[in-house]
Design a protein around this ligand. Structure first.
Ligand code: CTP
Ligand code: MG
Length: 187
């Protein structure tokens, strides 16, 4: 059945492409969880509702190390792409590497701000939003600074693949992080 096998191959290519393209946005989250600690971004301050602005789960070190890891992996990907090794995947731009990484953890922080306003404590689960915050942040920031890259790279099938893969990958990585003791909760 050639149709079925070609469908499978196309599906695999789509999944691998989606992970490869979004890696600079995916990596900062895990690296922040593994490296976070120290001074929180909000410096321990509270908002006017008496709750923390962001909470102890958003630290300066986690942000900086996480973003750096995303940028570094993105730049490595560009090197690999310019060598023509992964010719079936559209290449990253320098700008998108930065906006995907920074936007990812900015989105995560914006999410935490609204979590605190809703009275959800640090580490409490906000279903779906916890899974898509960094993707939304990464795509929105990239749209603002390099919309040409978005238009030429994120096709509709790729977008659908990214939307399906992101929460699954987030869940799997968080369960691994929880098991190896990097994360306090498996979400
Ligand atoms: N982390 C960090 N700095 C960041 C983002 C994450 O130090 N900017 C670390 C924190 O140790 C955090 C962990 O990564 O606990 C997991 O991140 P996340 O699940 O986003 O934070 P939560 O602790 O769940 O906090 P929140 O409820 O605000 O999402
Ligand atoms: Mg969390």
């Amino acid at each position: 059945m050639p149709e079925v096998s070609s469908l499978l191959i196309n599906g695999c290519v789509l999944i691998i492409s989606a992970i490869w393209i979004m890696l600079p946005a995916y990596l900062p989250n895990s690296v922040a969880a593994a490296s976070g600690g120290g001074m929180p971004v909000d410096m321990g301050r509270c908002y006017r509702d008496g709750r923390r602005i962001l909470g102890d789960g958003k630290t300066i070190r986690g942000f900086l190390v996480g973003v750096s890891a995303g940028i570094l992996v993105g730049l490595c990907e560009i090197v690999v792409e310019s060598a023509g090794i992964v010719s079936f995947i559209p290449p990253h731009s320098i700008i998108c590497v930065f906006t995907l990484s920074i936007g990812s953890l900015l989105g995560d922080m914006v999410k935490s701000f609204f979590k605190r306003r809703m009275g959800i404590e640090r580490g409490g689960e906000w279903i779906l939003v916890d899974q898509y915050d960094f993707l939304a942040g990464a795509l929105i920031l990239t749209l603002l600074f390099d919309w040409q890259w978005i238009i030429s790279t994120i096709t509709i099938p790729l977008l659908i693949a990214i939307l399906i893969i992101t929460p699954l990958l987030h869940r799997i990585v968080n369960i691994i992080g929880y098991k190896i003791g990097v994360k306090k909760v498996p979400w």
